[in-house]
Design a protein around this ligand. Structure first.
Ligand code: R2B
Ligand code: URA
Length: 306
């Protein structure tokens, strides 16, 4: 197996160095939830050319993205067998098409956090350079027509702060959530005016729950009033929040801490100022879900000068 630590470290070599001094001391590294390990898999040979790590919640959607980006990049497999899931566990699904990795992250910060730890280490072990991590997802919008695509400017928590909070050793740790403005602008520039939907850049609020955590009044439990909900969502809007989802701050903080450029691109399924229930038609859902993927595909094609 190639040893990325033998490569000379330059200021701007673009390699990924996870901020964990203990990793160097480990003889081998098991990426348990991906089902990969440094002693049994040739990670540089398998993943060394990856430049775009594209994540999304559902395994089906990420398989579809792998097929879609394969066609766009002219990399469709000749035998027509379709992309192969590279995860040997059933926790996540991961497909590789050229320099694109398409990976499912599940729902919520605990799920994407585990995946990000292992993907960041994977990029390091594989000696990948200049990788960009993106999440393409769904969300609730604020004051936007359903089907609008929101590219995240600042990822904020439930108190509208650009911070990812977690508990380590029984203490609260706050990490700044910084995404790449340059990548966000480039993704927006990939949008072709005249498309059936709008693309906006705005702040994204990330919550630990879909129902009460997003101020809904249609969950199994609700201790707040409709008036409280409207007041809170309006305050979020005034703080620049344009969409609400469940992974953005975690991705932003973990990428920033590891020196990786990150971006979050989500399509709104409803306007939360008008209601809580997600009830578009299956056809609309299908079409809307593809919008962040289309945008990312255009961004990737442009970057690869195709
Ligand atoms: C958006 O959609 C999911 C909840 O329905 C969650 O993963 C998210 O961030
Ligand atoms: N995903 C969310 O997290 N919230 C919504 O309202 C819709 C999708």
């Amino acid at each position: 197996m190639g040893d990325p630590s033998k490569k000379p470290r330059m200021e701007d070599d673009g390699l990924v160095f996870p901020p964990n001094p203990y990793l160097k001391k480990q003889e081998k590294d098991v990426l348990y939830h991906l089902g990969l390990a440094t002693d049994k898999d040739d990670l540089p040979a398998l993943f060394g050319d990856v430049k775009f790590v594209c994540m999304g919640g559902s395994p089906t959607r990420m398989k579809r993205f792998a097929e879609f980006i394969g066609k766009r990049l002219g990399l469709v497999q000749k035998n027509g067998s379709g992309p192969k899931d590279l995860c040997s566990t059933d926790r996540y699904s991961m497909y590789k098409v050229g320099s694109v990795l398409s990976v499912s992250h599940g729902m919520g910060m605990p799920s994407i956090s585990i995946l990000l730890h292992e993907l960041i280490k994977l990029m390091h072990h594989a000696a990948c350079t200049d990788v960009i991590f993106t999440r393409m997802g769904t969300c609730g919008g604020l004051g936007l027509a359903p089907g609008t695509v929101v590219i995240t400017d600042s990822a904020v928590n439930e108190m509208f702060q650009p911070v990812y909070q977690m508990i380590v050793l029984g203490k609260q740790v706050n990490r700044p959530t910084k995404l790449s403005r340059e990548v966000a602008e480039e993704i927006r520039a990939a949008y072709e005016p005249g498309a059936k939907y709008d693309v906006v850049i705005g702040n994204t609020m990330c919550t630990s729950d879909f129902y009460e955590g997003q101020a809904r009044i249609d969950g199994a439990i609700c201790d707040h009033t409709l008036e409280d909900k409207i007041e809170y969502l309006k305050a979020a809007y005034d703080a620049g929040v344009r969409n609400i989802e469940m992974e953005g701050t975690c991705l932003a903080a973990m990428c920033h801490k590891s020196g990786i450029k990150g971006a979050v691109v989500c399509v709104t399924l409803l306007d939360r100022l008008l209601g809580d229930q997600v009830n578009m038609t299956p056809e609309e859902h299908d079409e809307w879900e593809q919008r962040p993927q289309e945008l990312m595909a255009k961004f990737i094609s442009k970057r690869l000068k195709l």
